[in-house]
Design a binder for this molecule. Sequence first.
Ligand SMILES: [Zn+2]
Length: 286
Amino acid sequence: MKKYLILGILSLFILSFLFIYQSSRFQDGRLHMVACNVGQGDAIFIRTEGGLDVLIDGGPDDKVLNCLANHMPFWDKTLEVVILTHPDADHLRGLVSVVERYKINYFVTVDIPKTTAVYKLFQSKLKEKNISAKYLFAGDKINFGKSSMTLFWPQKQFFLENSKYAGKGSLGSNDFAIVGKLNYGKFSALLTADAGANILDKFAWNIGKTGALKVPHHGSKTGMSDLFLTSIKPEIAIISVGERNNYGHPAALSLELLKKYNINILRTDLNGEVEVVSDGVKFWLH
Ligand SMILES: [Zn+2]
């Protein structure tokens, strides 16, 4: 009897220690933005200063689940906001498992249907979990406590006029992908999905100075222009890219362009996961 009492007290002690440790680790009053190490794809996780969890894309497989487990307390299984920037497999596939395991309060995406098996599977999972998609456009803003995300793309008129041609002519789903700027006090990060310079240059002048840039389209050679970089003037550039990928990402041209403007480059294939932390005044790498 006494043995069970000691065991009980001991487990209670360990549990409270874990709870206090995880609470202080994940509720530090700072914003954390993590480019998860998911290989060739994108999954960006944000834990806000107030402890809200936001996921932008899910990467090409289940690796995103490790990223969530490492950056959220073990008892927290709710993502306040999930954004699927566009339904290509390297951004979508991991979200299938995320929808199965996490409660999603608010799901934002772009309405570009695909015929792929993973797209159909994802749609059926959304239906099963009663999650309805919200379609937002340039100018819309999503608030997460003291931080927020302002959308710059897709522009509604462009979408209405052109989305029916996605995948049929020169336009693909990348051209309609959600581009947004995360803001927390003086810190900001531009999340560009797989947009190309053909799209980003349309509104680069309007974005304003940006602390961190998630480099468009895994560093593809068509992603950035001088106009884009001189408009947003990022201090750091994060490239989410797989080791020895088949696309030759990141392109030498993109790396040279970033170096030309003295932008500090971080790559998930070389650096692993990249975590940026901000107190709303400064930001630094974890
Ligand atoms: Zn991609």
